[in-house]
Design a protein around this ligand. Structure first.
Ligand code: SF4
Length: 494
């Protein structure tokens, strides 16, 4: 994690997917974020650094493209056989002494975990960073039951103590600078040294001392899972601070909440993903801590092991032949770091637990396309995310598909055609006839009268085209159309 960022965003409530729906659309939130030049500078610097690290370590692997293709094929095969593989996983976890629970949605998952914690008599759990538990709002559900959930990843701890929301999948406190972190620690961390400075090492040591006390006293650990191996019932968490290893081994009870898509069929398949993930996420050749556990081992580690398998919109996503590839995601965050939109707005503007390009295709599908409806439009469709994705998710294809679904669903609800539908119908009418098209091209040239500067740009168009120029210039039409150029240089009509 980074301790020298220098800006902040308007805080949003740290709740899961769906909790923020309707609060604000991406365009409105992005407008606020774009007004913060310090934020743009900091996110740009951070993502640029991670991009360079990733490019260097990916460039070392001669068969990187083959690895990506292997990752894509393994995920596609897993999704095609998901029901049988999940049953195989359940059988093997159970045979190894663990207990498997099935949760249809966030409420069911939160109830299962809350009841399990209550049964231990504990009022505190230590947590490994987990997107699935953020998605279901587990911390808030536990708090309502009087159970404190302590985040132990350093960046997540900063976000939690600051009553803030994560803004990046991998670097959740990317928007906090170290002076702010010092203030948060002094204000919120019991027993912290009042002479604490904002030196990164001192801040990390303060967090370490605070967390050690929690690790040694906690009787329940809660985690997500990066992977689950169906053939052995093994669960795996990859992390880089060692806090995960503590949470997974010290408590008596371990509860893992995992989306049903995190499955791999065989142990051998991990070979592919454990090469793809660290290089794509932190730009490291190998992950510092890769923990794996299979059920219960007498006298060694947690003796009460639970796995909560979470659907929460995933089977509905799986039913969409184009959209289902979003379930292949291994949460590396490479697509965030290359996205020109994310780089300018940061993660809070997405208003969803999953920000950036993957959030734009995953969140609307998990909640229903009309919730988070603006997210599929939060993209320039440049394709950088597709190129960076280690499992070759064609994010632009899914974005276009979700935009079309949104338009179709909205059309079904509207009595009158929208301005967009009217303009598309007009464009289709013009383009259906060569003579109409040529006339329209010539007429468009009149807009040159509005152009200023060199190169000529149009700063303001009359309504309804003013919606375009409200946030960007329009290029001035050329003096000569393509057809006129063709006729002039080739001597015949194009
Ligand atoms: S969509 Fe691909 S690049 Fe983005 S987080 Fe998921 S695996 Fe990584």
């Amino acid at each position: 994690m980074t301790l020298d960022r220098q800006s902040d965003l308007p805080p949003t409530a740290p709740r899961g997917v769906g909790h923020l729906r309707g609060d604000r659309s991406f365009p409105a939130a992005a407008r606020v974020a774009l007004g913060d030049t310090q934020l743009r500078r900091n996110i740009g610097k951070a993502t640029g650094t991670i991009r360079a690290k990733r490019a260097a370590v990916v460039g070392e692997v001669p068969d990187w493209e083959d690895l990506r293709e292997a990752g894509r094929a393994l995920k596609a095969d897993t999704m095609a056989r998901l029901p049988e593989l999940l049953v195989q996983l359940e059988d093997n976890v159970t045979a190894a002494g663990g207990t498997v629970h099935w949760a249809r949605d966030a409420n069911e998952a939160n109830t299962i975990v809350t009841d399990l914690v209550r049964a231990t008599g504990s009022d505190e759990v230590v947590k490994v960073k987990s997107m699935a538990t953020q998605e279901i709002g587990l911390n808030e559900a536990l708090a309502e039951a009087g159970i404190a959930a302590i985040e132990t990843d350093l960046a997540e701890l900063i976000v939690q103590l600051g009553h803030d929301a994560p803004s990046h999948i991998l670097v959740p406190a990317i928007h906090r600078n170290r002076a702010e972190i010092r203030e948060i620690f002094l204000r919120e961390m019991p027993g912290v040294d009042p002479a604490l400075t904002d030196e990164p090492r001192r801040l990390a040591m303060a967090a370490r001392a605070h967390l050690r006390r929690k690790f040694l006293s906690a009787r329940v650990g809660v985690s997500g899972a990066n992977f689950a191996v169906a053939e052995t019932g093994t669960l795996s968490v990859v992390e880089s601070e060692g806090n995960g290893r503590m949470c997974l081994t010290l408590p008596d009870t371990l509860i893992t909440v995992m989306g049903i898509e995190k499955l791999v069929p065989t142990w051998r398949d991990l070979e592919v993903f454990l090469q793809l993930l660290p290089r794509s996420s932190t730009g490291e050749r190998m992950n510092p801590y890769t923990s794996m556990w299979t059920g219960v081992h007498p006298g060694d580690g947690p003796q009460d092991v639970h796995l909560v398998l979470l659907d929460n919109g995933r089977t509905a996503t799986l039913a969409d032949e184009t959209g289902r590839q979003a379930l292949h995601c291994i949460r590396c965050s490479a697509c965030l770091n290359v996205c020109p939109v994310y780089e300018r707005t940061g993660g809070h503007a997405y208003g969803s637990v999953y920000p950036g390009p993957i959030g734009a295709v995953l969140s609307p599908q998990l909640t229903g396309v009309e919730d988070n409806a603006s997210l599929p439009f939060a993209s320039s469709l440049c394709g950088a995310c597709y190129d960076a994705c280690p499992v070759k998710i064609d994010i632009p294809e899914v974005l276009v598909h979700l935009r079309a679904r949104h338009v179709e669903e909205r059309r079904a609800d509207e009595r009158l055609p929208s301005p967009e539908a009217l303009s598309m119908a007009a464009a289709a009418w013009v383009m259906a006839d060569p003579a109409r098209y040529a006339t329209a091209q010539k007429a468009t040239r009149a807009a040159r009268l509005l152009a200023r500067g060199a190169p000529a740009r149009i700063r303001s168009l009359p309504p309804p085209l003013s919606a375009w120029t409200a946030s960007r210039d329009a290029p001035a039409p050329p003096r000569e159309t393509f057809r006129e150029w063709w006729a002039r240089t080739r001597g015949s009509d194009a």
